[in-house]
Design a protein around this ligand. Sequence first.
Ligand code: OMP
Length: 253
Amino acid sequence: MNKGFLCIGLDPDIKRIPDRFLKDINPLWEFNKYIIDETIEYAKAYKPNIAFYEAYGSNGLEALKKTIEYVKKIDKNITVILDAKRGDIGNTASFYAVSIFEDFKADGTTLSPYMGFDSIEPFLKYKDKYIFILGLTSNPSNKDFQFIRTEDGKFLYEKVIDKVIEWNKKYYNGIGLVIGATNKEISELKNKLKGIPLLIPGIGTQKGEIDILKGILSDNVFINVARDIIYSNSPKTKAKFYFDELNRLNNLI
Ligand code: OMP
């Protein structure tokens, strides 16, 4: 089966998950298990964001671990991206990498480029893993820094994108970018980003338009939707909707 392009965000908020899960010892895990069972036929990837688990201490981290193991047990070909947006000096970053890739055994993660190459380098020895570096983010305040003009007239986000493409060619092809679907600039970036792994959040609750993704979909592109699927009355129906929409878009090319 063609697994499409849909990456389902597993960002469970105890205040929003249905009451029937709250009596369980670990509601986050039981909720995630339900979401995975409902949606796995439409998911190319899952993306738990570590914030939603760290907020609940050891119980939360246990839920995260079980969630990743569960996805892998059902289908080892499904990609699990542990969204952690790390970025620190090399020595510290090397421990983040061990945590994400060796302990949690995720297939990919997200990194902030702000501290430069030595904060990214410790992740590069895991050549079978994806790293998605924040390029152009989906949030309204992306204007604060990412749209600062640099000395050669380019925006800062364009410099980040250029650098990540350079690293992708120089080091290995799992090095990619986060590009938010809320940005109209996506249309102009399509050609430049061909062949680069992409994690694209912002569709659904953040109101990114799905049609903007025309021409950008390919094997290593992951379109993330979290809240709009996991809190819907029927996560299965919603996941199928996005799965079908993305395939429709891909077939238009
Ligand atoms: P929903 O808005 O509920 O679909 O969730 C979006 C998910 O993608 C959250 O886990 C965010 O932390 C993450 N995200 C963004 O929303 N915007 C970005 O620019 C980058 C990310 C990310 O790195 O995944």
